[in-house]
Design a protein around this ligand. Structure first.
Ligand SMILES: *Cc1c(COP(=O)(O)O)cnc(C)c1O
Length: 404
């Protein structure tokens, strides 16, 4: 059970006003808000032990290093990762995917096939297209149906001995669909293909267990799970991370440098060139602590109630259509009202204090599939309330009347 009134006190931003109205923040799929315990960790770091890590003999550097490595251990345990060296701390999902896509350049040949799901975020499409341009590999698309679910029959038909990699999000940021990644991973492995799952949207809702999933790569952005921006995770199986060359060269990622030759550091440092987002990493760990204290199971149950309520109430509005109607979905509602532009609806909602996202949500192929320019997207977190859903619904009605 969730005590939402108590939880909301942890989020100072939720008590501000926007355009003279109480803020109703429903853009959680773009970024989540930050609770005081995480803000405190950030202030504490810069007030007390800001220093560069890993190479200092002085006390501050050791304290910062310890806190950063503790954060890595928290990430490791949260995702049930076998070894700390399989946790690469990155700047977020986009960075994580680019590390893998870049690394596969030397592992692919012309004619190799990569399968991408039809409902990916651009950050899980474009790096692979760039990889295909470099290598002559071919990108094929796993189609989806009207409900916004992947066609698993066609997925099986696409899989072949030529398939090297499959990438798919765990949860779609534009539709909320929870994809059957267990099946996707298992079937890909049967033809010897590796799988990268983009977990950016799943981390705030689902506890993903890396060992149980047996996934090859998994990516997370801390800012979607109550942490700061500019930090995230790349999980990779040790055997894969060992095979991939480093993404960036620089400090921290080397064992020995001469002008003739450089040898690389062991994992995870091989993929962590330069001074990382030290404070962000530590705050990422604190965000996981915060989420785990509430419990992802409690969070999911509460958000599912909000989703059901909001869906039912919104569907009462004439001409409103929801995109992404899988039974298996999280608290994201993408919708349009017949004859109205999503941007106009979003602008009116903002005047009324309600923050939603409008547009293609970095997933233009989904919009092309539905033949629409974009949607209005309301995405709910565990700190949102039924009363806020009521405000959303009332404001959407008002926008509809104004635009009609
Ligand atoms: C937010 C998001 C991304 C991109 O994450 P960044 O933090 O911007 O790198 C990728 N995929 C999905 C599904 C997302 O929701």
């Amino acid at each position: 059970m969730i005590d939402v009134a108590k939880i909301r006190k942890d989020f100072p931003i939720l008590s501000r006003e926007v355009n003279g109205k109480p803020l109703v923040y429903l853009d959680n799929a773009a970024t989540s808000q930050t609770p005081t315990p995480v803000i405190d960790v950030i202030v504490d770091y810069y007030s007390k032990y800001n220093a560069n890590i890993h190479r200092g003999v002085h006390t501050l550097s050791q304290e910062a290093t310890d806190a950063y490595e503790q954060a890595r251990a928290k990430v490791q345990h949260h995702f049930n990762i076998a070894k700390a060296q399989e946790v690469i701390l990155t700047s977020g999902t986009t960075h994580s995917i680019n590390i893998v896509a870049s690394g596969f350049t030397s592992l692919l040949e012309k004619g190799d096939e990569l399968l991408v799901s039809a409902m990916e975020h651009h950050s899980n499409i474009v790096p692979w297209q760039m990889l295909c341009e470099r290598t002559g590999a071919v990108l094929k698309v796993i189609p989806m149906n009207e409900q916004g679910e992947l066609d698993m029959g066609l997925y099986r038909e696409l899989l072949s001995d030529s398939t090297r990699l499959v990438f798919c999000n765990h949860i779609s940021n534009a539709l909320g669909t929870i994809n059957p990644i267990e099946e996707i991973i298992q079937e890909a492995h049967e033809v010897g293909a590796a799988v990268l799952v983009d977990g950016a949207q799943a981390a705030p809702h689902i506890k993903a267990d890396m060992q149980q999933l047996d996934v090859d790569f998994y990516t997370v952005s801390a800012h979607k799970i109550c942490g700061p921006t500019g930090v995230g995770m790349l999980y990779g199986k040790e055997e894969w991370l060992g095979k991939l060359p480093p993404y960036q060269g620089g400090g921290e990622m080397i064992a020995e440098v001469t002008f003739e030759k450089t040898t690389y550091a062991d994992l995870p440092h091989k993929f962590e060139a330069g001074t990382p987002n030290i404070c962000g990493g530590i705050a990422f760990g604190a965000a996981l602590d915060y989420i785990n204290a509430i419990g992802l199971t409690n969070i999911a149950a509460y958000e599912n109630d909000l989703l059901a309520y909001a869906t039912a109430e919104l569907l009462k509005i004439e001409g409103l259509k929801i995109y992404g109607t899988s039974e298996n979905k999280t608290s994201v509602i993408s919708f349009n009202i017949e004859g109205m532009h999503p941007y106009d609806i979003g602008s009116i909602l903002d005047k009324l204090g309600v923050a939603v996202r409008t547009g293609h949500h970095c997933a233009q192929p989904i919009m092309d599939f539905y033949k629409i320019p974009g949607t209005v997207r309301a995405s709910f977190s565990f700190y949102n309330t039924k009363e806020e859903v009521d405000v959303l619904v009332a404001c959407v009605k008002r926008a509809r009347n104004m635009l009609a």
